[in-house]
Each structure stands twice: as C-alpha cells, then as structure tokens.
Design a protein around this ligand. Structure first.
Ligand code: SAM
Length: 187
C-alpha cells in the first residue's frame, strides 16, 4: 500500500518555506490557465494550489480522499468568500466528475501516492475534454531532507512512461524548482 500524506500535518503544505521552492503562483502561471478553464485539482490537500487557481479560472473542483483536507479547503473558501470552487470527496481509484467535463486535471505531489495509477489515468482520460491537459508535479527521485522517502518516489521518466502507457502524450517538461518536476500531457 502506498503512503498517504497525513492530514494532521497539513500545515507543512502551506508553509512559507514551501512557497519559496514551489511557488503556487509561478506554477499556476506555467499551467496555461484562463478565465474559461475548468480545473480539477486531484489530491488537493489543504488547497495550496486550488485556492489561488480559483482566482484565475472559471471553476475549480478540489478533490481529495481525505475529508480532513477538504474541511481545511472549505474553511479557506468560507474566509475568502470564493464562489467558484467546490470540494469533492473521492474514492482511491475514481474521480467523481462527469465525462468530458474538465479542461485541466492537476495533480501536485499526488501521483506517487496513488494505489492504482492505471485506473486514475483511465479516469483522467474520461473526465478530460478533447483538448484537455493532465499536469503532474511530483518530487524528484533524489535524496533530500524533505518530502517522502526516495524509494516511494517516481522519477520523471517513470511518470512519462506510465502516462504514455495510459495513452497520454507528453507535451512539455517544465521547470518546477530544485525539488520537483512538472509534466504536461495531452490526450
Ligand atoms: C502530499 S499531499 C499534496 C496536496 C496538494 N496537492 C499540494 O501540493 O499541496 C497529497 C494529497 O493527495 C491525496 N490523495 C492521495 N491519493 C489520492 C487519490 N487516489 N485520490 C485523491 N486524492 C488522493 C492525499 O489525501 C493528500 O491530501
């Protein structure tokens, strides 16, 4: 079984240090979002990306398997009086959204936590519109002081290979700072 990020440690996700090495505004700027985009943030955690994304796009679906994470996002939605972001509790290998309903499926530091990557990629294919994009950010598979143990990580090339096996096409490899990689796939 893969290891899930502990919701009790959610404040680490929102830390000032993290903002320095994985700046959400700069990542979202690279994600090619606009005011027509419907974005699903799968494994949204405490909303580190979902909340600022809601200020750019038409709609955000913030999705997680842990209700405690969604409760944190809901509190941020309430405080920010945000009207275009909804929270959805999901099951491990399915995404609770209709077919062809999403322009961008965003997963940050989630892919290595998935139990069944093939099933989630099938779900991604199903919910993404024809020109939809899958964006995966994850930890580089190198030793460092933070993040999951190196043996739980996937290298950038492993993720590309798994996604290509799921019929996704690699469009771009983008810089996501010293500790992470960022991959953009099309259908
Ligand atoms: C390391 S946290 C990252 C949170 C957020 N994406 C960020 O970068 O701040 C990973 C999150 O993915 C969620 N997660 C893991 N597997 C999932 C799955 N199969 N479906 C949806 N969420 C999942 C976990 O519950 C956790 O909140």
């Amino acid at each position: 079984m893969t290891h899930k990020f502990d919701a009790k440690k959610a404040e680490i996700l929102d830390s000032r240090d993290r903002r320095k090495f994985l700046n959400p505004d700069s990542i979202l700027e690279k994600s090619g979002l606009d005011s027509d985009t419907v974005l699903a943030d799968l494994g949204c955690g405490s909303g580190f990306f979902a909340i600022p994304a809601s200020l750019i796009v038409k709609k955000v679906c913030a999705i997680d398997v842990q209700q405690e994470m969604l409760d944190i996002v809901r509190e941020k939605i309430r405080k920010g009086k945000l009207a275009n972001i909804e929270t959805l509790l999901s099951k491990e290998s399915s995404i609770p959204l209709p077919d062809n309903s999403v322009d961008v499926l965003f997963m940050a530091n989630v892919f290595h936590e998935l139990e069944d990557r093939g099933s989630i990629l099938n779900e991604a294919m199903r919910i993404l519109s024809g020109r939809g994009r899958l964006i995966i950010i994850d930890w580089k598979k190198i030793e460092m002081e933070m993040g999951p143990p190196v043996e739980e990580r996937l290298s950038e090339d492993e993720v590309v290979s798994i996604c290509e096996d799921g019929d996704f096409m690699l469009l771009e490899r983008l810089d996501a700072g010293p500790y992470n990689y960022m991959l953009v796939f099309g259908k």
